[in-house]
Design a protein around this ligand. Structure first.
Ligand SMILES: CC(C)(COP(=O)(O)OP(=O)(O)OC[C@H]1O[C@@H](n2cnc3c(N)ncnc32)[C@H](O)[C@@H]1OP(=O)(O)O)[C@@H](O)C(=O)NCCC(=O)NCCS
Length: 161
């Protein structure tokens, strides 16, 4: 994209919607920019085709490409967040909170009563986001995440609706 359309796209209001199979490549791109081990477009296609998968995205304008997504595996009354990410240049502007809050509202309409997740203990931004939206820590898994900087604990969290 050249600079002008990019600037105009960023002026459009962030728009929330359910993800579709056509978003797989865009979600893979956001994921690759957010995690050590990226999931490919084929992985997202497979995940989005699963009836238990519920995913939402944020786009700039109703027709823009996604710049943030959240994906849960849902078997009411339980749900588990499999992944959430905001494109690096859009972080710290409230998009993650807006997206997760919308997602949880939609899950509540589907009969979900509890949302579970696991997060790396060193991931301050994610921990802050989850606590702010009402998640509480229920346990820890020692050395669960292997990364370039060594093993990190996983914090297990839940949010009751
Ligand atoms: C975690 C993530 C989704 C948050 O999205 P975001 O759009 O940057 O978050 P928001 O701007 O909505 O901020 C939500 C809250 O977290 C806080 N926060 C954001 N970045 C932070 C940081 N780096 N350190 C501490 N707090 C932070 C904000 O201040 C805000 O809290 P407040 O309302 O009390 O001020 C985003 O950082 C991301 O995509 N990270 C990479 C992928 C990832 O780690 N996903 C989670 C895996 S479990």
């Amino acid at each position: 994209m050249t600079l002008l359309p990019r600037l105009l796209a960023h002026k459009a209001e962030p728009h929330l919607r359910a993800a579709t199979a056509a978003d797989a490549a865009a979600l893979a791109l956001i994921h690759a920019g957010s995690f050590h081990r990226g999931w490919g477009a084929d992985e997202f296609e497979r995940l989005l085709a699963d009836r238990a998968a519920h995913a939402h995205v944020l786009t700039y304008g109703a027709k823009g490409a996604p710049f943030a997504f959240v994906l849960s595996h849902v078997v009411p009354p339980e749900a588990e967040i499999l992944s959430i990410a905001v494109a690096p240049d859009a972080r710290g502007k409230g998009h993650g909170a807006k997206l997760l809050s919308y997602h949880l509202g939609r899950l509540a309409c589907e009969g979900v009563r509890v949302s579970h997740l696991e997060v790396e203990a060193t991931n301050e931004a994610a921990l802050h986001l989850y606590r702010r939206l009402g998640y509480v820590e229920t346990g820890r898994r020692k050395g669960y995440y292997a990364g370039p900087g060594g093993a990190a604990d996983a914090v297990v969290m839940r949010r009751d609706f």
